[in-house]
Design a protein around this ligand. Structure first.
Ligand code: ZN
Length: 160
């Protein structure tokens, strides 16, 4: 299930959508762009999991929007969708990726943490993932994935 909220976007006539939940069989993205906006911002940070049926629906939705001439911007793409993006080059359907969420893990208490990584900063992050502090126990957190796998999409993604 997806819970969708929307708010006016950064420019007149634009809209910002924030889907929260899992991208799966029953997930409905039809609300995105329902007002016929030509500039659509999607905050993906609230998406937790996805499966192949959900991704199919996702691609149908965004293909239709970009096909009708809408500009789509994706923010805070979570690790579950970054993994999909590494497999499916057409996941964003011609939309622009602005930022992703980086998976971090605390070396002290094992708490998971997500840090925002702007696409423009990713080459530097990829070369040397920055350390961070755990919000719970204050210990160091470390990038919790294999950079050579996680950032594969950077080889072909459209740069901002
Ligand atoms: Zn910790």
């Amino acid at each position: 299930m997806i819970k969708m909220t929307k708010a006016p976007g950064p420019h007149p006539g634009s809209m910002k959508y924030a889907p929260v939940g899992d991208v799966e069989n029953e997930s409905d993205f039809a609300a995105i762009g329902e007002g016929g906006e030509k500039e659509i911002h999607v905050d993906c940070g609230g998406i937790r999991r996805c499966n192949s049926v959900g991704i199919k629906g996702w691609i149908q939705t965004f293909k239709k929007l970009t096909g009708s001439g809408a500009q789509v911007f994706f923010y805070h793409l979570p690790p579950t969708l970054v993994d999909q993006l590494n497999i499916l080059k057409h996941l964003l359907c011609g939309g622009k990726l602005v930022s992703i969420l980086l998976p971090y893990n605390c070396t002290g208490c094992s708490a998971e943490q997500l840090l925002v990584g702007k696409l423009t900063d990713i080459p530097a992050i990829q070369a040397n993932p920055p350390k961070s502090k755990c919000g719970k126990c204050g210990a160091d957190t470390e990038f919790d994935d294999d950079p050579s796998q996680f950032f594969q999409f950077m080889n072909w993604i459209q740069k901002p």
